[in-house]
Design a protein around this ligand. Structure first.
Ligand code: TYD
Length: 204
């Protein structure tokens, strides 16, 4: 077992859930279900439902929102992610610190470096590999509308800022963050993800 931390990132409607599940199935097949943990933020821990309710159903001020996401993450890391990594499992997580930088930073204007300092203070583990599923905002909006789950975080202008944030993160962390275009068919996207993961595993 290798102990690998892989995150999926992207704006709402970019297909993260679909591909995180597919990658989980792929690794489970290879290493057995016990070798892989599939999890998500916000909410992938024992108190996560409560936290999601709190986070997604109230209009928080940006710093309050940030600290709620951080509390969620600290519990999640302590309860699930860190133990799984210590046991040498592969952890696949939908959204993580890059979501906070993109949404609360680029989206809502909180200072990036200060947020990163808090990540270090909490000794949050860094992902080994981050797959950024990139989709144009217009396309994401179509997908979101067709799912009829438009909520306050999913407005078009906001998503433009968030997508720019992901692009900036990708450009400044190109070793860790790999861009996969999610504009093509589901099968093609997943093949590209497997390619990226394969290259990463060969190199490490
Ligand atoms: P998620 O459940 O992943 O929604 P979706 O499936 O639509 O992508 O995330 C819920 C929302 O929380 C999403 O709009 C992104 C936002 N979010 C932040 O703003 N900051 C964060 O740190 C995280 C983890 C999520």
């Amino acid at each position: 077992m290798i102990g690998l931390f892989i995150t999926f990132e992207g704006i709402d409607g970019s297909g993260k859930s679909t591909h995180a599940v597919k990658l989980y199935e792929h690794f489970s097949h290879k290493f057995g279900r016990n070798g892989v943990l599939l999890t998500w933020e916000p909410g992938g821990w024992s108190g996560g439902d409560l936290m999601r309710e709190l986070l997604l159903h109230h209009e928080w001020r940006p710093w309050s929102e940030f600290f709620l996401f951080m509390a969620d993450r600290y519990e999640h890391v302590s309860e699930k992610i860190q133990p799984a990594l210590s046991e040498g499992r592969i952890v696949i997580c939908e959204r993580y610190t890059d979501s906070t930088l993109a949404y609360q930073g680029w989206g809502k204007g909180l200072p990036i470096e200060e947020m990163e300092r808090l990540f270090s203070l909490l000794a949050l583990p860094q992902p080994d590999l981050t797959i950024w599923l990139d989709v144009p905002v217009e396309k994401a909006m179509e997908r979101i509308k067709s799912r009829k789950v438009l909520d306050r975080l999913e407005e078009e202008n906001f998503l433009y800022k968030v997508r720019n944030g992901y692009e900036e993160l990708f450009l400044t962390n190109s070793e860790r963050i790999k861009r996969v275009s999610s504009e093509v068919s589901e099968e093609e996207v997943f093949l590209e993800i497997l390619k990226v993961v394969g290259v990463f595993m060969d190199e490490s």
